[in-house]
Ligand binder design. Structure first.
Ligand SMILES: [Zn+2]
Length: 245
């Protein structure tokens, strides 16, 4: 075999491997070979969930929650699991985009009282390193692309590597998150630049009891940051609380 043949063979092997890697990605929910994040069936199921969910109706029983895209069940639950545990950053981008579009469609809040910054709920750096990204930040990035809101990454820092919330009861959840957050330098710098405390909107993947939202908002409000509320991709519905965070 001359050098040209081996070069051709190598290039064929690389392109075949590249192709199989590409195809092996699969639909994030059902794993069917797919070039996009979701196959047409799963995409349709997601759209049905979003369409039928009254996640934007103001409800007093969900402290701080402004809106969620879908219930934490079925297809959306599987998609969020793929995002968190199967290294599928594309899921975060797709769902963040959908959340941003919903935000725009609802015209939830005006920006009359100054700019509103989207602030993703942080992960502790150890967990972020394990996962490869912070899923809430990926969601917030494309949420901002769709909504036009400015992104404030690392406005909060997670100082404690807390236990996953779903492993705990309500009392333990509150204790688990006590002092888990602190205001990040990016937020301090922004405040300096604006000459006033900015308004922020928290962004997360799942909203369960509001413990995480409240804990983050408490820390921010102690620093006189105005927290308007939270948006999340999914809201846990009563029977699913034990699986969510
Ligand atoms: Zn699918």
């Amino acid at each position: 075999m001359n050098w040209l043949d081996s070069a051709r063979q190598l290039s064929r092997a690389v392109s075949q491997q590249g192709l199989s890697l590409f195809l092996s990605q699969g639909c994030a929910v059902c794993d069917r070979p797919q070039h996009q994040t979701f196959c047409p069936d799963c995409q349709a199921q997601l759209q049905d969930l979003v369409r039928d969910f009254k996640g934007w109706t103001p409800r007093n029983e969900h402290p701080l929650l402004i809106g969620a895209l879908a219930p934490y069940s079925g297809t959306i639950k599987q998609a969020l699991r793929a995002l968190k545990y199967e290294y599928r950053p594309d899921v975060g981008r797709a769902l963040g985009m959908a959340l941003g579009q919903q935000w725009m469609a609802r015209r939830t809040l005006t920006t009359r009282s100054g700019p509103l910054y989207a602030l993703p709920i942080p992960l502790h750096r150890h967990r972020q390193m394990q996962r490869g990204y912070n899923q809430a930040e990926l969601i917030a990035q494309s949420f901002c692309q769709a909504s036009g809101l400015p992104l404030l990454p690392q406005g909060l820092i997670r100082t404690e590597d807390t236990l996953p919330q779903y492993q705990l009861g309500l009392k333990a959840r509150q204790k688990n998150l006590k002092d888990a957050f602190q205001v990040g330098q990016s937020l301090q710098r922004l405040e300096k630049r604006l000459g006033a405390a900015p308004r922020v909107l928290l962004v997360d993947d799942i909203y369960t009891t509001g413990t995480t939202a409240k804990s983050a908002a408490d820390v921010l409000r102690r620093s006189h940051i105005r927290v308007v509320g939270m948006v999340a991709v999914a809201r846990a519905i009563a029977d699913d609380n034990k699986h969510a965070k």
